[in-house]
Design a protein around this ligand. Structure first.
Ligand code: ADP
Ligand code: MG
Length: 278
């Protein structure tokens, strides 16, 4: 389990432009699930996430990372743990432009000391298939769309099988279709791994988060399990009575007969994509 206690951090301490960016932050994280750090721009989300993921340091406080008690002065040990156990996903993807998709992901395995060519190939190809990027494996990252680049970045984060994935506004540069696709991948990762996700978008947090931690001015102002998520799952079950609803439209073609119901005949334009695999 990861836990942080009484984290405290200032930028420009003692100066006029001093910022108390983390103010006595304590949190325990579970071993799996999607924990969202939600707050407005400038509230300290990225700083907190970077501290949890070992990319930034605090001036006071304690960080426990599974069996390790990490203090700011043991940075060499923390570097090793971080390299092996934390997967990072950023808003700007940060792929290496001169490498192929395959090599961007393979690079991580080489970094943690895996040299066997067959093992690298098996693991990279497996993970690229999982994020739907296998057929692009020979392309350079500069030839990909934003959504595709983020999929590769997710593969890169996952390939070393880390204990935790940290994701800083991973859909910040994506359109709504790609946002849904990327978030669906992120959500499925969190079924058996801890994902800590930073966002300023409330809808995103309540649609996907298992737990929402709200941050403002470097302080935690709220920390709740997401109950709207359960409502959402509940509304998907079979307790809808079609007879109570208006049939808005009815489509029929060779392989598909579709009916569209709503609780009023004044519904907003709605787009549905239905994909059948196997
Ligand atoms: P968020 O991710 O919630 O937008 P950040 O953690 O990036 O917030 O930043 C919190 C505050 O700390 C902001 O006011 C930001 O300008 C400031 N800040 C972030 N990084 C630095 C830095 N390296 N030096 C000085 N101030 C910083
Ligand atoms: Mg940020």
């Amino acid at each position: 389990m990861i836990s942080v206690k009484h984290l405290d951090k200032h930028f420009n301490r003692g100066k006029k432009n001093s910022i108390h960016v983390l103010n006595d932050v304590s949190l325990d994280f579970p071993n799996k699930g999607l924990v969202v750090l939600l707050g407005p721009s400038g509230s300290g989300k990225t700083t907190l996430l970077n501290v949890i993921g070992g990319l930034d340091k605090v001036q006071k406080g304690q960080i426990d990372f599974f069996d390790h008690n990490i203090s700011h002065y043991k940075s060499a040990i923390w570097d090793k743990i971080r390299t092996e156990e934390v997967g990072y996903i950023f808003q700007n993807y940060y792929l290496m432009p001169n490498l192929s998709v395959f090599d961007n992901v393979a690079f991580v395995l080489k970094m943690i000391g895996i040299q066997d060519k067959n093992e690298i190939e098996t693991r990279v190809n497996y993970i690229l298939k999982q994020v739907g990027m296998y057929r692009f494996r020979k392309k350079r990252s500069t030839q990909l769309s934003g959504g595709q680049q983020q999929r590769v970045a997710i593969a890169r984060a996952l390939v070393k099988n880390p204990k935790v994935i940290i994701a800083d506004e991973p859909t910040g540069n994506l359109d709504s279709k790609n946002t849904l696709e990327i978030m669906n991948i992120v959500k499925s990762i969190s079924a058996n791994k801890l994902v800590v996700l930073v966002t300023h978008e409330k809808e995103l947090a309540s649609f996907y988060g298992d737990r929402i931690v709200e941050i403002k001015d470097g302080k935690i102002i709220n920390d709740d399990q997401n109950t709207t998520l359960q409502d959402h799952a509940f509304s998907n079950d079979n307790t809808i009575y079609l007879k109570d609803l208006v049939e808005v439209s009815n489509l029929e073609s060779k392989n598909l007969k579709a009916s569209f119901y709503a609780d009023s005949d004044e519904v907003l334009p709605t787009q549905v994509r239905l994909i059948i695999k196997k």
